[in-house]
Design a protein around this ligand. Sequence first.
Ligand code: LLP
Length: 431
Amino acid sequence: PLTVKVNSDDCLEIGGCDVTTLVQQFGSPLYILDEDTLRLACRQYRDAFKQYYQGEAQVLYASKAWNCLAVCAIAASEGLGIDVVSGGELYTALTAGVSPEKIYLHGNNKSHSELVLAIESGVTIVVDNWQELHNLVELTQNTQPVRIMLRLTPGIECHTHEYIRTGHLDSKFGFDPNDLDEMFTFVSKQPSLNCIGLHAHIGSQIFELQPHRDLAAVMVQWFRDTAKYGLNLTELNIGGGLGICYTESDDPPSIEDWVKVICEVLQETCAAENLPLPKLLCEPGRSLIATSCVTAYTIGATKIVPEIRTYLSVDGGMSDNPRPITYQSVYRAVVANKMSAPITQTVTVAGKHCESGDILIKNAQLPKTEPGDILVVMATGAYNYSMASNYNRLPRPAAVVVANGEANLILQRETYQDLIRQDCLPERLKI
Ligand code: LLP
């Protein structure tokens, strides 16, 4: 839960900073990241493993949720490792000073240069498919052995949006269970590949515990089976996926419950099979960062369609939060400068993009608003900035981190010059 307060001006305060003052200072739209909330979530994961797991554990932050220098640095300073999925995310994590031993590179189609960067920087590569295995064997002919893990498709269904399910058998990610015999045999014969463990991830925004229970059980079986190939594995990564609360009706399990279930299944299965406990890794993204951030917008035009709806437009939209239009995600909003005003209207919060589907919230319950009021959309820390675009050539918003009444810029607002920085106008096209 975000550390919010309403101050004596009836304004929303986050991390001790008045949101309306932040908008005056940094402009809008503005991502506001509450450092304490993010650190608290990191500690909840870490402490839960300490409490429930008898072996070694390492939490990785799935930085695809929000990858930038400051967020990587905060996660790493809490002892977390970082999961990256591209050369760009890897470069950012390394530049933030994250130790390569704690970085894991994912991806179902890593390029040659991404693999080279991973090998040269000494991070662990989570190998997704045969093609990548062959590419790696070729690239490591003259290098020290590289640390790899193997991503498997566990064939576990879970109830979430079809775009963010990954564990079912026809997923594009990971090795098919039918290929494991051949694949483990192949890997065990590669002196340049030091295979340290197995990985699986079944999907995102999951509210049930059963799929992860099943996953942990299946993974232990596979882990056990690798011994007969002479593979001496030590790490088991069960991915991320724990859902969060976007609205009052969402009721996900707590971080503690999620960790507890996984630890219990693993410990029970290992004990039954007489296996040593693996080093247990997980890589949550959303549940670490989503609720620690809000997006502040300035309210502009209103359009009343009699007897149908009222559109309230804000100065951002699908370019800074593509989740509603992509996954029909539901968000909650408050008016930061009218925190205790009575709720009197149900409105459709619209973005400013030239697209009818650019609706941030369908039925927002708000007090009476005027242009210039500050609308704050809650729980925008995950997959908002990281999926932001320049659609309609809107500059990407700034982001600040707030703590103890202090706000520091962590992402500069893009400028119009930034927007045309990569444009080229060939001589013959000049007018
Ligand atoms: N590990 C792997 C291999 C993943 O693919 C993902 C998410 C995670 C960990 C982190 O999952 P989380 O704990 O955040 O659920 N853009 C979508 C979400 C896509 C998730 C992709 N993979 C959204 O906005 O809902």
